[in-house]
Design a protein around this ligand. Structure first.
Ligand code: SAH
Length: 273
């Protein structure tokens, strides 16, 4: 018996993985996060499956669902929003399972920050301009360790994706304005990949007011990044005609006899396959 923790994706029922969907279809017990997992994903469950909504359950009650299924030898599809590696309470659930000697596996999902980037049609890294993405949240009722405070994260000028922060937008802006000019770009995607998806673009100066006007308070991804304002970035090395790598020989040889270094070729091969 195994508990499968399955990332259901950001909302569009077609954005669950094939592997996740097959498990929802085959597991005799399906436990799903009611508020955010789309109905169409749950409707894949077998007609005889025990389908439970975890929305009203605490950790003890969820654990009891796993224990009951374990005693019957029934696999469980535990379906949660986005991907399980980010703000999913996976760690506390699997800690209980480990103590009980119950096996589990994790099936990845499309995270909402990826769906938001897709909605914006935006690469969040740009060659030589921005090569890092930070996934974080504003500190509110749930505290964030002081060493991860927004100002220190912002100092990197990396793309900043903020989960769970829509109601804290004014605080976010206040902290970021200590580091960035007020013209710094921000995009907000509410309900990315849902039919009712909304996009708001602005800057630190006006994003809080725009969100207030639009009444965006939850299920929103806030992306703060200079990439929204950069058009004249360099082409990447990967498709550069003068750059060889493991999968492709240079067709244009510039300057030195061999374009691209062996070490960099290897890096590209390793990272992008
Ligand atoms: N594990 C999830 C995140 C869960 S935390 C993931 O990988 O996406 C819940 C937060 O995720 C929300 O407050 C919101 O910031 C974000 N979120 C979830 N679904 C979203 C969606 N469809 N569009 C925009 N943001 C979303």
């Amino acid at each position: 018996m195994t508990v499968y923790f399955i990332g259901a994706g950001p909302g569009d029922p077609d954005l669950i993985t094939v592997k996740g969907a097959k498990l929802v279809e085959s597991c005799p017990v399906v436990l799903y996060t009611g508020s955010l997992v789309p109905k169409a994903v749950i409707e894949r469950a077998h007609p005889d499956a025990l389908v439970l909504n975890s929305a009203g359950m605490d950790l003890n009650e969820m654990t009891q669902v796993y224990v009951d299924a374990f005693e019957k030898g029934h696999d469980v599809a535990r379906v949660q929003t986005g991907d399980l590696s980010i703000y999913s309470s996976l760690a506390e659930q699997t800690r209980r399972l480990k103590a009980l000697g119950i096996d589990w596996k994790v099936v990845p999902g499309v995270s909402s920050f990826q769906a938001a980037a897709a909605a914006l049609s935006q690469e969040l890294t740009l060659p030589e301009e921005c090569q890092t993405i930070i996934l974080s949240r504003a500190s509110g009722r749930t505290p964030v360790p002081e060493k991860e405070n927004l100002k220190s994260l912002a100092a990197h000028e990396a793309t900043l994706c903020l989960f769970l922060s829509a109601t804290l937008i004014r605080k976010v802006v206040r902290e970021l304005e200590d580091v960035y000019p007020s013209t710094w770009p921000v995009a907000v995607v509410e309900k990315a990949s849902h039919p009712e998806q909304r996009i708001i673009r602005g800057t630190l100066a006006d994003i809080a007011e725009k969100m207030h006007q639009a009444q965006i308070r939850s299920t929103a991804m806030i992306i703060v990044s200079k990439v929204f304002a950069i058009d004249d970035f360099a082409d990447s090395k990967l498709y550069d005609p003068s750059f060889s790598h493991a999968c492709r020989k240079a067709t244009v040889i510039e300057g030195e006899p061999e374009a691209g270094s062996l070490q960099t070729d290897q890096e590209h091969h390793d990272e992008r396959g």
